[in-house]
Write a protein that binds this ligand. Structure first.
Ligand code: JFZ
Length: 573
C-alpha cells in the first residue's frame, strides 16, 4: 500500500493542491477497528427475491450474482424492483441481532454489482425509494439504529462492477461494447459515494469490492473524496491499486499463521452465499465459527460475518440462532477477544490459538487436547493459570520453557475453553524458535485452516478432515491455503488422509498457484487406507514461487471423492 498510511499523499505523488489526508485520524480509526474484532456483514438487495432460482431453475453460486450467472437482461432484472417490499424490515431488530452476537460494527450493501441502490439516491432512479413499492430508505433507519446501539456502521459499495450501467464493468450480455469508465465514475460512483458519505452520519468504513477497471488515478480521486468528506472513515483494500487502509483477505480465507504487516479482515459467510438463497441450508456450526473467530483474532485479523436477509426484510432464523450462540460465548469470553493483540507464538497445530493483553496470555483450546496439554515456548514467569469460563485454577508443571497442564476430562466450554495465564511483565517473552514469525522446516497445512472452495465440500470437526472434492461443470471443490507470506522454496510433500476401499483410485493434485497460470504441482493417487488416517509421501518436489498466492488441493477426477477425507498437507523444506 503506497505510503498512504505513513506519509499522506505527497509520498504517492498526489496533487499538492488537494488537501492532505490526516494519517493521524486514519490511524486512530484503525486502532478502534482493530479493537472491535467482530462485525456483521449484510448483503441485501433485489437478489433476495429470486433467492437462488431463476424461472424455476436452481442457479449455482452466490445468490447476489444471480443476474450475472443467469445472464439476466437489465430490462428483466429491473422488474424485480416493482416487487421489492420488505414490510417486515425492522432496523432495531437487525441491530439487536448484531449486539446479541457480540459484534461491534455493521457493514451493509448500499449498492452491489447489480447496480441497484438500497438507499434513497438522487443520482439514479434505480433505487429503493424511487423504484419499489416500499418507497422508503431503510439505510436511514439502520444507520440510526446502529448509532443508538453503539455499533459502528459502514457501507459496502460496488465501485467497479455495475451490471446495470453500460459503462460499469461486468455486464457483457447487455453491453458487449467498450466502456467509458470515466463517465461511469463521474456520473454514478462519485456522486453516489458522496451521498452515502453525507447522508448517514459517521461511517466507520467504506467497503469497496472487486477492483478491475478503474485506473490508479481514478482510485486516487475516489479515495481522496472519501477522506475529504469523512477523515475517520476507513477504506478496505478492494478499492484497488493498493490504496486501502487495511487488507481484505479473500472470502472465507484465513492466513495460515499470524500476519501482522498490516491490519486485515476476513469477510465470511454463515452458509455458502452472501445474498439470501432459499435452498442454502449448509450452515456452519457455531463451534466452527467460534474457533474461527479465535483463529482470526489470534492471527491479527477481524472477522466480518455475513447475514443475507430475505426479501421481506428478515434475517433468517438459522443465522440469528447461530449468531446468538456466538454472542453467548463472547459474553463469557469476550475479554480474550476484544482489544487483544495477535499471538506472539507460532501455531504448531490446531489444538490451540493465542491472544494477548498486557500481563495476560489467553490460550484458546479449540480442539480439546485431553487431560495433558503441553504448551511450549513461554519464558515469562506464570503467576496464575485459570479458565475464563469458571475461574478455576488449572494445575501445571514447568520444565524450562514447557508448561505441562493437567486439564479436566471434558472441555469447560463446548466451543473454545479459554485458559488464561497471568504472567510477570507486560508482554510475554517467547523462546527462540517459537515466535510467530518463524517458519519451521515442516509446515502443516490443516484442512481446518483452508478456505473450502465450492458448495459440496464439507469439513468434519470430529475427524478434523475435509471431504467431497467434487467437480461440478467447471467448478471444483477444493482446499486453498493462503500463507500471505512468501513460501518460496522447494518442498517435499506429505498428505494425511483416510480413504475406504470403495473410494480409492482418484488422482489428486497439490499445487502452488499464482492466480493466473496453471499451478506448479505434485500429483498422486488416492489409495485405500482401510478407513484409517495415514500420512503418505507424495512423489516429486513442489516448487513454490515468491509471489504464489495459495496452495491448493484438488481431485481433478473426482468420481469417488465422497469417501476421501483429507486432514492435512505437510510441506517439508
Ligand atoms: C465479492 C463479491 O463479488 C461478492 O458478491 C460478495 O459481495 C463478496 C463479499 O465480495 O466477491 C469476492 C471478491 C474477492 C474475492 C472473492 C470473492 N477474493 O479476493 O478472493
Amino acid at each position: 500500500m503506497c505510503a498512504v498510511l505513513l506519509a499522506g499523499l505527497s509520498a504517492c505523488g498526489g496533487n499538492p493542491k488537494q488537501p492532505a489526508e490526516s494519517p493521524g485520524q486514519t490511524a486512530e480509526a484503525l486502532k478502534k477497528f482493530d479493537d472491535e474484532k467482530f462485525g456483521m456483514f449484510i448483503h441485501w438487495g433485489l437478489y433476495a427475491i429470486p433467492a437462488g432460482e431463476w424461472k424455476g431453475q436452481y442457479v449455482r453460486g452466490i445468490g447476489e450474482w444471480i443476474m450475472n450467472r443467469a445472464r439476466i437482461p437489465v430490462k428483466e432484472y429491473e422488474q424485480l424492483a416493482k416487487q421489492f417490499n420488505p414490510v417486515k424490515f425492522n432496523a432495531g431488530e437487525w441491530a439487536q441481532v448484531a449486539k446479541d452476537a457480540g459484534m461491534k460494527y455493521v457493514v451493509i450493501t448500499s449498492k452491489h454489482h447489480d447496480g441497484f441502490a438500497m438507499y434513497g439516491s438522487k443520482v439514479s432512479k434505480y433505487n429503493i425509494v424511487d423504484a419499489t413499492p416500499f418507497a422508503r430508505d431503510p439505510m436511514k433507519d439502520l444507520s440510526a439504529a446502529c448509532a443508538a446501539a453503539g455499533l459502528g456502521f459502514g457501507f459496502y459499495y460496488s465501485q467497479d462492477q455495475d451490471w446495470h450501467e453500460p459503462n460499469g464493468r461486468g455486464n457483457t450480455w447487455d453491453f458487449p461494447a467498450g466502456r467509458n469508465s470515466q463517465q461511469y465514475l463521474r456520473d454514478k460512483v462519485m456522486p453516489q459515494v458522496k451521498e452515502i458519505l453525507t447522508g448517514y452520519g459517521q461511517l466507520s468504513l467504506i467497503w469497496f469490492d472487486t477492483p478491475g477497471m478503474l485506473s490508479d488515478q481514478q482510485v486516487t480521486d475516489l479515495r481522496r473524496m472519501v477522506k475529504t468528506l469523512q477523515p475517520m472513515c476507513l477504506i478496505n483494500s478492494r478499492i484497488g491499486h493498493g490504496k486501502g487502509d487495511y487488507l481484505q483477505t479473500g472470502d472465507n480465507a484465513i492466513p495460515i499463521q499470524v500476519y501482522s504487516k498490516t491490519k486485515w479482515e476476513v469477510p465470511a459467510t454463515l452458509n455458502d452465499t452472501w445474498g439470501f438463497k432459499k435452498n442454502d441450508h449448509n450452515w456452519k456450526a457455531p463451534a466452527d465459527l467460534i474457533a474461527k473467530l479465535a483463529d482470526i483474532v489470534s492471527k491479527g485479523g477481524n472477522y466480518l460475518l455475513n447475514v443475507g436477509p430475505t426479501a421481506e426484510g428478515l434475517i433468517p432464523e438459522e443465522s440469528q440462532s447461530i449468531l446468538r450462540t456466538i454472542g453467548k460465548w463472547l459474553d463469557v469470553n469476550g475479554e480474550s477477544i476484544y482489544g487483544t493483540s495477535a499471538s506472539p507464538f507460532y501455531f504448531p497445530d490446531i489444538t490451540w490459538r493465542c491472544t494477548v493483553k498486557p500481563g495476560k496470555v489467553y490460550l484458546h483450546l479449540i480442539n480439546w487436547p485431553g487431560r495433558e496439554f503441553r504448551f511450549e515456548g513461554l519464558e515469562s514467569e506464570v503467576k496464575k493459570a485459570y479458565f475464563l469460563a469458571n475461574g478455576k485454577d488449572v494445575p501445571y508443571k514447568r520444565e524450562g520453557n514447557t508448561l505441562q497442564f493437567t486439564l479436566p476430562e471434558a472441555p469447560v466450554d463446548p466451543y473454545d475453553s479459554v485458559l488464561v495465564l497471568d504472567i510477570a511483565g507486560t508482554t510475554p517473552r517467547v523462546a527462540a524458535g517459537f515466535a510467530s514469525g518463524s517458519l519451521p522446516a515442516k509446515l502443516d497445512l490443516y484442512a481446518w485452516t483452508a478456505r473450502l472452495r465450492g458448495e459440496e465440500i464439507r469439513y468434519d470437526r470430529k475427524s478434523m478432515s475435509a471431504t467431497n472434492f467434487k467437480n461440478v461443470d467447471t467448478e471444483k471443490n477444493e482446499l486453498w491455503w493462503y500463507p500471505y507470506e512468501s513460501l518460496e522454496g522447494n518442498y517435499s510433500v506429505e498428505i494425511t488422509y483416510a480413504c475406504d476401499s470403495k473410494a480409492a483410485g482418484s488422482e489428486f493434485r497439490i499445487g502452488a498457484y499464482d492466480g493466473q497460470n496453471a499451478p506448479r504441482a505434485v500429483e498422486g493417487r488416492i489409495e485405500s487406507t482401510g478407513g484409517e488416517f495415514v500420512t503418505r509421501k507424495v512423489k516429486g518436489t513442489l516448487q513454490v514461487a515468491r509471489d504464489d498466492r495459495y496452495i491448493g488441493f484438488s481431485l481433478p477426477d473426482d468420481d469417488k471423492s465422497a469417501g476421501v477425507r483429507v486432514r492435512k498437507i505437510t510441506l517439508i523444506r
